[in-house]
Design a protein around this ligand. Sequence first.
Ligand code: SAM
Length: 265
Amino acid sequence: KARKRFGQNFLHDQHVIGKIVKAISPKPTDCLVEIGPGMGALTEPLLETSGKLDVVELDRDLIPILRTKFFNYPDFRIHEGDALKFDFNTILEPGQRLRIVGNLPYNISTPLIFHFLSHHKMVQDMHFMLQKEVVERLGAVPGNGDYGRLSIMAQYYCKVEPLFIVGPGAFNPPPKVESAIVRMEPYEELPFPAKDHKVLERVVREAFSMRRKTIRNTLKNLIDAATLESIGIDTGLRPENLTLEQYVTIADKVAELLKESSDEA
Ligand code: SAM
């Protein structure tokens, strides 16, 4: 029986499962890892195509089921535990990067995405089944109501591609919301690298702390309006109207100001 506290909605629609596996196109040489395999709906076709797979599953009652089901795959490894605490370095082979797959429990999807963004160097790509709204936020462009901290940080590190929508009927039990598949591919060279990505994160967090206010107001504790204007930012704009590149410009200036004030101290 599905457990609510683990966010368990098991995929059963073979057409949808086939589409996901085709989008991933796993190869035997990939370092493929699935988060939250559940009863193995995706695990099975992934293993069939790649022959090699690591899975991280939190619900200990599912471990023996997975073990029995896939006992004849020597390169199938089960890791019991929380994906947020799992050390993915332990499954990485030298010179390889992870290909991550997961029909994620929706309550951990955002923290998990931020977790992988901060470990982007070890990731080749990620394919996630998420709540449709989260995929819309990940892929949102400036000016769109969904555009915010998640869009900017995801697009700072990754090429984000929303792939297709999956209705509730594909799952058992059906979730209350629509879902969607997204592909995220970390850039090897960031298109708009910030001098200090922690400062970028801070600027973006502050900027969106009050959506309805202008950037001049939301950022006033970090940078004053005149300085913003001096680097070409229209301070009358709202946070959702600034591009990633503009946030990087602001973050670089803030990093400079922070450095000056720490040098003076
Ligand atoms: N992949 C399966 C499928 O498509 O049928 C199951 C999907 S279900 C939405 C999410 C799975 O993630 C469950 O098996 C659940 O036990 C597991 N899970 C929940 N929280 C987890 C965590 N923090 N780390 C790893 N797995 C987790």
